[in-house]
Design a protein around this ligand. Sequence first.
Ligand code: GDP
Ligand code: MN
Length: 419
Amino acid sequence: MAFEYEKARYPITPFLEFQTAFPYIHKAKFNEFNQGHKMKIHEYQARDLLKAYGIPVPPGKVAATADEAAASAGELGGGVVVKAQVLVGGRGKAGGVKLASSPDDAKAKAQAILDLTIKDLPVEKVLVAQSIEIAKEYYVSVTLDRAKKKVVLIGSSSGGVEIEELAVNEPEKILIFEIDPISGIDQQGLDAYCTRLFGDPKLSTQGADTFRKLYKLLEEKDCSLVEINPYAKLPDGSLVAADAKINFDDNGVPLHSDVEGMRNPEEYSPDEIAAKEAGLSFVSLDGDIGCIVNGAGLAMATMDIIKLFGGNPANFLDVGGSSNPEKVLTALRILMNNPKLKAILINIFGGITRCDDIANGIVMATQQLDLKVPMVIRLIGTNEEEGRKILDDNGMAAAENLSEAVKMVVERSKKGLKA
Ligand code: GDP
Ligand code: MN
């Protein structure tokens, strides 16, 4: 259960305060800012999870080609909706959602959608789902309010593609229900909330049932957001999920092998994938001084000190506790992929990390990579003598004093000198 150690995992940052000023719906949409890292999945994957939790979803299939889409449309029979599977919202407005009346029509629509690029993302797959007749569109979601330490249900009877405009212009049409994660759902409160949201008792009973399932899903799978928009009312008065979006707290993903299995490589840059495979914590930033540091705390402090001396870090990179030489090599390889890079600072305070391992990695990198920018090394701690000797034997030197090292790297980043 995620909530008890939430605070330890996410220190309160000014970002969060900024976010709480947003209307709630924006908080749900932009929750990536106050939720640390998160993992996204495609609609067709999110639908499977909703189904597994007993929420009605129209039948559908994912297709990678127009012919596959036509075959799926044939199997489903009748009208279908063809939908771009990309990891961003607003597909409808971008032409990524189209109705089709026959397999041939589905083939043509699928081809048109597969040819699209939506918000810089090429469409590689489409979902072909049985088309439904929508009598009314609701919005329902569940997310976290970290400032209040509550789970919040968000609902609107004016769902659909204009929900973000609604959140700005008519925020009173968005209704919130809070859940205390310790005591759980106040069932009577939830029923009253759903009556306000859906009006009609038949709808509000279904809505309350769906909210309970969404909450269970969020809690059990460590989601940071589960959103259904539109939560569609059919002419017979039943409600179905016509779209699905789920984000996960990245720190919870390793706890759930099924969720881990839904990870999409296209969500990550090649550098992020290489870093993850090598066991490095890596975040790109927009400065020009590449950083390789052992330990997240020291890595943060290093970036602060670079700023203090007038420089700009190009990245956060923690090589971790037991850094073998290959990790350093991979780290330097990743940094060198950045065309903006002007200088590199390696800052090691060896504890479990051994300075000789780091030094060997640096030497390997100088032999295997074309290090085009000056590099400043600060090396102290475990096996420092051995590490310094390895560097010395290879014509390199390491500073002891961090301020000196940072001043030097900032200067070199400005001059663009080779070390
Ligand atoms: P989004 O724009 O990325 O959120 O994509 P959606 O899946 O929400 O689709 C956008 C809009 O297309 C929805 O709000 C609906 O109005 C419409 N839509 C989606 N599926 C269907 C369907 O099966 N039948 C009909 N009539 N409209 C649909
Ligand atoms: Mn939608």
